[in-house]
Design a protein around this ligand. Structure first.
Ligand SMILES: [Zn+2]
Length: 133
């Protein structure tokens, strides 16, 4: 893929040409993606919402399960475990599944779509104290 100055991208849903950002330099594929995300057609708007939900959901996975949780005494999940959760985010956001709950030891995560069309990520810590006497 070669990069060049591009003036238009083509929306993959309706075929409409969308003006690229002034002086945009990139590949035609990138410009077409930009066009699909910024087109005024209904499918373009839906695509934008899906892309936004994926980004927000993946960020939320990092916030709730990443190294930052150490700041308040939490135990972060490993990068490959977070990658699994991000894969679930993608599936939920694109409508492949409505939601999923997955547990890593005492830490569990529920990722689901909401009635409002957004995405919800919940972190639950199970802590049990038990003693046999
Ligand atoms: Zn379109």
């Amino acid at each position: 893929m070669s990069t060049k100055t591009i003036e238009f991208g083509v929306c993959k849903f309706c075929g409409q040409q969308v003006t690229a950002l002034p002086g945009y330099v990139g590949t035609q594929e990138e410009a077409d993606l930009y066009a699909s995300e910024n087109c005024t057609c209904a499918d373009g708007a839906g695509f934008r919402q899906v892309r936004k939900n994926i980004q927000l959901g993946r960020d939320q996975v990092d916030r709730l399960f990443g190294p930052a949780v150490r700041d308040y005494g939490g135990i972060p999940l490993a990068a490959d475990q977070r990658a699994i959760l991000k894969g679930i985010v993608d599936l939920v956001a694109t409508g492949g599944i409505s939601g999923a709950t997955i547990s890593f030891g005492d830490i569990s995560s529920r990722i689901a779509s909401t009635a409002k069309g957004s995405l919800r990520v919940v972190r639950t810590i199970t802590h049990r104290d038990a003693a046999e006497v």
